[in-house]
Design a protein around this ligand. Structure first.
Ligand SMILES: [Zn+2]
Ligand SMILES: [Zn+2]
Length: 267
């Protein structure tokens, strides 16, 4: 089973790739399944563009077909959100039937990792602690029936900072990572392995083995894989390396989703 459960198209504010181009690339790669996860950011500090119109998205999605790739309807829902807006987010998520919802934080206190201010006066460990705490704060306010997986726990690694090695290591934020895993695992939710940060790795090993091993220790059994591709060349980017790493960490399954229900595949 070859799939990619995190991709964007021009339906999202930050991509200029048509969904048809994304499908074409997935077909060329011989993938079995892809899931579009367009940005749903309500009251986002970067503007209304990031707030996908779900009915319009659903209509455009209905026109997408492929003879070889199964195409799923997903949403990447922003959860770095003020407490008073969560009921509005939940109403939106209930307004259309989804296959998959990725809950992701894209900022901490309205600053994102692409802004040098995100790292100012902080060590990289401190940055990750703040970021992972932000994820957990958001998740605790969101009805667990309304999301499937937790997106890119190592998102700050993508930013414009001065660290040579920006990979997330478990020892940077053990308490925060444990708290996140201890919250999502009993709820039956999972964590995403996002390969977007692999683009800046150079010769270094892919990150994640240490924190995934802890995930398994705490009872985590399955994950999702996502490339976060906003353009065709990154679809399914280094998934073989990601799967190998997850296997070494002891993860048993990865999942695809059908109407919010996980379908497990052996790793
Ligand atoms: Zn994201
Ligand atoms: Zn994304």
């Amino acid at each position: 089973m070859r799939c990619d459960y995190h991709l964007h198209s021009s339906i999202s504010a930050d991509s200029t790739t048509s969904p048809f181009q994304q499908i074409k690339r997935a077909e060329a790669l011989g993938l079995d399944e892809i899931c579009f996860t367009e940005h749903l950011e309500i009251h986002f500090y970067r503007g209304e563009d990031w707030h996908v119109d779900l009915l319009d998205y659903k209509e455009r999605f209905a026109q997408l077909t492929s003879s070889s790739v199964k195409i799923k309807f997903g949403i990447e829902a922003g959860i770095a959100l003020a407490a008073e807006y969560f009921s509005e987010l939940e109403d939106e998520l209930r307004s259309v039937p989804c296959d998959f919802v990725l809950a992701s934080a894209h900022s901490v206190n309205d600053i994102d990792p692409f802004d040098p201010a995100f790292y100012e006066g902080k060590t990289i460990a401190h940055v990750f602690r703040d970021y992972i705490s932000t994820i957990l704060t958001g998740l605790k306010q969101l009805n667990p029936d309304l999301y499937s997986s937790v997106g890119h726990m190592d998102f700050p690694a993508k930013g414009a900072h001065s660290e040579k090695d920006s990979r997330l290591f478990y020892h940077y934020a053990p308490d925060e990572i444990d708290a996140l895993f201890r919250y999502i695992i009993p709820l039956g939710k999972c964590i995403e392995v996002n390969t977007a940060t692999y683009r800046n790795l150079g010769q270094r090993e892919v990150p994640g083995e240490d924190w995934l091993r802890r995930y398994v220790q705490l009872g985590g059994e399955y994950i999702t894989f996502g490339s976060d591709a906003h353009s065709p060349e990154y679809i399914h980017y280094r998934f073989d390396d990601a799967a190998e790493m997850a296997r070494r960490a002891g993860v048993k399954y990865y999942a695809t989703f059908e109407r919010m229900k996980p379908v497990f595949h052996k790793l």
